[in-house]
Design a protein around this ligand. Structure first.
Ligand SMILES: Nc1nc2c(c(=O)[nH]1)N[C@H]1C(S)=C(S)[C@@H](COP(=O)(O)O)O[C@H]1N2
Ligand SMILES: [Mo]
Length: 305
């Protein structure tokens, strides 16, 4: 049954061969069946953007988190994020758009096609996971509001609600948490708004009810629990970049050749591998080089990091 955050195609539909359905492929398969009159197998398809790497366990994805509004410990979000009220929820879309306004979560979901994307996820702290998200392309949401000519960037803001997010009572970050993308990055088909994981509603600790996922950038770009999206012609504020621009660039593309000033980015620890597991090499653009390298043509990625 369809639930609030996800499609009705869930993790339970996954075949033993790790073949994943997404609704678009399913629809296409259904159409093909109607025309060709042949059954069953045509419906199963993998999103071309999904990795076939082994996904992390639900417990790993939902109990090892960064969500500083609920504390800085990896277990804090799972322990405290239940306090967040996620219904009702609305996203303010403003700035250089044709239809600025308050978009309720239900209104957005009724107009989006939810699919599954299995992405690698690489935190700037050099740990990584593989996460089966459910959601829709960010471009589809931006097109709902209609991007005006001349817009060059997209800014995002997380909810500000210290009564429910105790971490916001400390000025650790100048709240609310903010992030930003260049418009062409935001419009790239890999840029995703996640509303589910493993076919279930996305848990609060992972950024309910909707959060950004930009798989070729360090995890902190993937801002959680979004309440505002602003189209602008100026580079928006991004929290970590604002706090420490020397350590956290605006782009923050995953890049094994550009180390963090305090640690190497050449390799990573895959969460769940155990403490004795070998580190794995970090890939350029987190393995999405073929898809996104053209966005950065002509840029010196060591300088504009
Ligand atoms: N609002 C908000 N979004 C956030 C963060 C945060 O502290 N607050 N942490 C970021 C960081 S550093 C990472 S690595 C990812 C973690 O996502 P996950 O907990 O779902 O794996 O969320 C990002 N989005
Ligand atoms: Mo992170």
């Amino acid at each position: 049954m369809a639930n609030r955050f996800t499609s009705d195609l869930t993790w339970a539909d996954v075949t033993p061969e790790n073949v994943f359905m997404n609704r678009r492929a399913f629809m296409a398969g259904t159409a093909a069946m109607a025309v060709g009159g042949i059954g069953g197998s045509a419906a199963a398809a993998t999103s071309p953007y999904s990795t076939d790497e082994e996904p992390n366990k639900w417990e790993e994805i939902t109990q090892y988190n960064n969500f500083y509004e609920f504390g800085t410990g990896k277990g804090d979000p799972a322990a405290y994020a239940e306090a967040l009220t996620t219904s009702p929820w609305a996203v303010e879309i403003d700035g250089m758009v044709e239809k600025p306004g308050t978009y309720s979560f239900e209104d957005i979901m009724s107009q989006m096609t939810v699919e599954e994307r299995i992405y690698r996820f690489r935190c700037v702290e050099a740990w990584s996971m593989v996460i089966p998200w459910n959601g829709f392309e960010l471009a589809d949401l931006l097109n709902l509001a209609g991007v005006q000519d001349g817009a060059k960037y997209v800014g995002f803001e997380t909810l500000m609600r210290p009564e429910e997010m105790w971490g916001q009572k400390r000025q650790f970050i100048p709240w609310p948490y903010r992030e930003g993308l260049r418009l062409d990055e935001a419009m790239h088909p890999l840029s995703f708004i996640a509303t589910g994981i493993y076919g279930k509603d996305i848990p609060n600790q992972n950024g309910a009810p909707l959060r950004l996922v930009v798989p070729w950038k360090y995890g902190f770009k993937s801002i959680k629990s979004i309440v505002r999206i602003t189209l602008t012609d100026e580079q928006p504020v991004a929290s970590w970049n604002q706090i420490n621009p020397r350590e956290y660039g605006f782009y923050s593309n995953v890049n094994p050749n550009v180390d963090h000033p305090r640690w190497s980015q050449a390799s990573e620890r895959r969460v769940g591998g155990g403490i004795l597991a070998k580190r794995i090499p970090t890939l350029m653009f987190n393995g999405y080089e073929e898809e996104v390298a053209s966005l950065y043509e002509g840029m010196d990625l060591a300088k504009e990091f």
